[in-house]
Design a protein around this ligand. Structure first.
Ligand SMILES: NC(=O)c1ccc[n+]([C@@H]2O[C@H](COP(=O)([O-])OP(=O)(O)OC[C@H]3O[C@@H](n4cnc5c(N)ncnc54)[C@H](O)[C@@H]3O)[C@@H](O)[C@H]2O)c1
Length: 427
């Protein structure tokens, strides 16, 4: 235990909680969240993000708080609050502003504030630092330091946990960068990479997800071309992947609050500097249109097989934004569901992993759909869409899925979860 470093982690979600638990093994740490609901759950040992070990949670039940008083004696503050976008796709900085004003009011000389939230290059020093200065009446670099260390975890992925992923770190000056680095090297077995500036570290993170978004967009675009050519994209990809330098991406829905959001931070900043990035925005546009394409392709095949969509019953498997993850925020399954509901008789939805609440379906209030608690053994759905590739769906098996369909049912395996032999349609 280091006696000098007292850390407060602000924002205990998918990123902040695993980080706080990892830090607690080496430092004195308090986990702070403005959501009383989240804090009450954590104090009871409940983590509905599924990203933490029960034993780690249990050891920290008394370290969770919503009280600013409990973090005011800390000297390192790590910010892991959400960075969503507004309806018009511009950055929504209300959580970052909120966290900075909380910290600003308790900031002391020589304290260090580290940001982990994904932002555009420059945001930490242009937006966060002035708020810290304003509320603390202290001077940046002279009185307090700032660091930026982007989080790169992959929720639902049990093989790449926080300690296994190289951590990019940076600081407002070389001494701050060393302080940041000294903290993370204690918990990251994979090691750290010291970036030359905060801006470089911010840019490195935002381009990771931008690159992924564009690569997926290309494959989604190819799948639209191959649909017209009546060839299976997955078969094409399998063949192309036999070359050592072909990059392996699959078509699919791009939702959630990282890949589908982060590129807009970068394009926003770029536009403010007078350059409108065409490729990044085109990729976003392609990925935003996938739900509509899935529904239109389903209807096309259904009609070919003699089904009348308006009289058809549909089963949709998967609601969360990605496989094996309960997070449904900004999930494109909802958009797919919304398009479907306007075209077919009714839709049953099944996702045993996804966490939804009464607000999740507000847009669908009077609609013709039902959430299933469990799957029937046999059913007569005319269309089954496997929208999310949860392992649990793979375990159910293609045979059992076919059993849920009527004669000639259309089964749409969006992510290519089942073997090609099943002849399910795909993106
Ligand atoms: N989830 C991911 O896969 C992932 C991966 C890498 C980076 N990121 C980035 O990390 C950041 C956090 O994402 P997340 O998925 O953990 O978000 P999240 O929504 O799961 O959790 C954020 C938490 O912050 C809390 N919060 C909001 N305002 C606060 C404040 N002022 N003070 C304290 N707590 C506050 C919320 O109540 C919530 O519990 C975002 O910038 C995101 O882009 C996320």
């Amino acid at each position: 235990m280091s006696s000098k470093i007292n850390i407060a982690v602000l924002g205990l979600g998918y990123v902040g909680l695993p980080l706080m638990l990892a830090l607690s093994k080496k430092f004195s740490v308090v986990g702070f969240d403005t959501s009383h609901k989240r804090i009450n759950e954590l104090k009871r040992g409940v983590d509905n993000t599924n990203e933490s070990k029960q034993s780690d949670l249990k050891e920290n039940l008394n370290s969770f708080t919503s009280s600013v008083k409990k973090i005011k004696n800390c000297n390192v503050f790590i910010v892991t609050v959400p960075t969503p976008i507004k309806r018009n796709k511009s950055p929504d900085l209300k959580y970052l502003n909120g966290a900075c004003s909380i910290i600003g009011k308790i900031l002391k000389k020589n304290d260090l504030v580290i940001f982990e939230s994904t932002v555009y290059p420059g945001l930490t020093e242009e937006v966060c630092v002035p708020i810290l200065e304003k509320f603390s009446s202290l001077s940046y670099r002279q009185d307090f330091s700032v660091g930026y260390s982007p989080e790169r975890i992959n929720p639902g992925d049990k093989n790449h946990k926080i300690k296994d992923i190289v951590k990019v770190v940076s600081g407002s000056d070389p001494i701050a960068a060393k302080r940041v680095n000294d903290i993370y090297t204690k918990i990251i077995s994979a090691g750290t990479y010291i970036a030359s500036s905060i801006k470089v570290a911010e840019a490195a993170k935002v381009i990771e997800n931008t690159q992924r978004d564009i690569n997926i967009a290309l494959i989604n675009e190819l799948s639209r071309i191959f649909d017209l050519m009546e060839i299976d994209t997955n078969e094409v990809l399998e063949a192309a992947n036999t070359k050592w330098n072909f990059i392996d991406f699959k078509p699919g829905l791009v939702g959630g609050h990282c890949i589908g959001v982060d590129p807009y931070y970068l394009t926003y900043k770029s536009k403010s500097l007078g350059f409108s990035p065409e490729m990044i925005l085109a990729g976003r546009n392609t990925n935003e249109n996938v739900p509509k394409f899935i529904v239109n392709k389903s209807l096309k095949v259904m009609k070919r097989r003699g089904f009348v969509p308006k009289l058809s019953k549909v089963l949709m498997l998967g609601l969360s934004f990605k496989e094996n993850c309960p997070d449904t925020r900004n999930s494109k399954s909802f958009e797919t569901l919304s398009f479907l509901l306007s075209k077919v008789s009714y839709v049953d939805v099944y996702d045993p992993i996804a966490i939804t609440d009464k607000h999740s379906f507000e847009a669908f209030k009077k609609s013709n759909f039902k959430i299933l608690k469990k799957l029937p053994k046999k059913a007569q759905y005319n269309l089954i869409i496997i929208a999310v590739s949860h392992s649990i769906f793979k375990e159910i098996g293609a045979k059992a899925i076919k059993f849920l369909g009527s004669k000639n049912a259309v089964i749409f395996d969006v992510k290519g979860l089942y073997s090609l032999n099943n002849k399910f349609i795909r993106l």
